[in-house]
Design a protein around this ligand. Structure first.
Ligand code: ATP
Length: 356
């Protein structure tokens, strides 16, 4: 039986294991539901399939599951997509000396190495069909046979698998065995994309700082932070980490504006000569659905009012500056502000103008 925990109301009744907060950063409702689900199923021995987009934290979740499983053996991670298809079988199951050309010595496979612990098969959808058959047999009989080996060897491991693929679709296309899918997915956990818990970005960045060796801290203007929180982040937390590392190198020991944050978001630096590029708008647009606030609140359950108001403020100031062709005095009149007040707001929001 498969349960899709993060959408289940069952999880709400269970407390979160506090150890999880240290390894899986994030307090957004979708992350709390994920942590509740992990707290419930980690101590059991059943196989779990972890779904989610690339870089979202599937391996972090697998590590957390092992940590909280109480299993005393090791956690053995295997990236099935990174091992050549013809080698995967002997990597997982081991081989006896002389079982094939190049097998000059006996080799204990990764499944045996996970004895008493957890085997984490990342990218399980990349496993070739003949290895899927052997894996199914190992799960059903709790034994394995080394390549070229004789008697079955008893094994005791807990299987966690991860994929960013749609395995149901792979089953339909005969790329993945349906019986194996049933076996590995007694429970299913969904790790959300970073844009689904963007409110966790400040906390995740702080954690990255604590773990970084650079020593310098990353300071961001509220506008730069709002910009980060409005991005799609297709590479998810891994992409955010890259942003963090680049920003630390490029803008060491200073507060990063929205325009600078944009620079650190791209892997390639632009050294183009000539006139400096015009400052890009710090935040391009109001959030989608801003005209339907009730619908938005009902859909999301909550919104970050401070961030939203800041984005409105940025947009209004930018419009006034555009209309006044960058003349701050004129823009301040339009906004019924003192010139100095407008300048100080612009500085706080990381906005720039030639007419200062
Ligand atoms: N919630 C989180 N808190 C802190 N760090 C995180 C979190 N999620 C992911 N990370 C970090 O992001 C990076 C990518 O995470 P991870 O390798 O677990 O992603 P993945 O989903 O397994 O990626 P892939 O699909 O490429 O295998 C790692 O550096 C990890 O430490």
């Amino acid at each position: 039986m498969t349960s899709y925990w993060p959408t289940s109301s069952i999880t709400e009744q269970f407390p979160i294991d506090l150890r999880l907060d240290a390894v899986l950063v994030g307090d957004a409702p979708v992350m709390r539901r994920l942590k509740q689900a992990i707290s419930i199923i980690a101590p059991s021995d059943v196989p779990v399939l972890i779904n989610g987009p690339t870089g979202a934290g599937k391996e972090v979740v697998a590590n957390a599951m092992h940590l909280m499983s109480g299993r005393t053996g090791p956690m053995i991670p295997v990236n099935c997509g990174a091992i050549p298809a013809d080698l995967l079988e002997s990597e997982l199951f081991g081989h006896e000396k002389g079982s094939f050309t190049g097998a000059t010595a006996q080799r204990i496979g990764l499944i045996e190495q996970a004895e008493g612990g957890t085997l984490f098969l990342d990218e399980i959808g990349e496993t070739p069909l003949h290895v899927q058959v052997k894996l199914l047999r190992a799960l059903e009989t709790q034994t394995i046979q080394r390549v070229g080996g004789g008697a079955p060897i008893p094994v005791n491991f807990r299987l966690l698998s991860a994929t960013h693929r749609d395995l149901q679709q792979d089953v339909a296309q005969k790329r993945f065995r349906e019986d194996l899918l049933f076996r590995i997915e007694v429970f299913s956990l969904s790790v959300p994309a970073l844009c689904e818990h963007a409110e966790d970005i400040p906390q995740i960045l702080r954690t990255m700082e604590q773990g970084s060796r650079g020593g310098s801290t990353l300071q961001l203007t509220p506008c730069a932070l709002a910009l980060l929180m409005s991005q799609d982040w297709p590479g998810n937390v891994r992409e955010l980490r890259n942003f963090h590392d680049r920003a630390q190198i490029l803008f060491r020991n200073r507060t990063i504006t929205a325009a600078e944050a944009r620079i650190a978001m791209a892997p390639r630096l632009s050294f183009a000569g000539g006139a400096p590029a015009a400052p890009e708008p710090a935040v391009e647009a109001l959030p989608e659905g801003v005209t339907d606030l009730k619908g938005m609140l009902a859909g999301n359950g909550s919104l970050d009012l401070r961030t939203m108001l800041q984005r409105v403020e940025v947009k209004v100031i930018q419009s006034a500056l555009e209309l006044s062709e960058g003349r701050v005095t004129r823009a301040a009149e339009m906004l019924r502000l003192k010139r100095t007040t407008l300048i100080s707001r612009m500085q706080k929001l990381g906005l720039e103008s030639d007419g200062l």
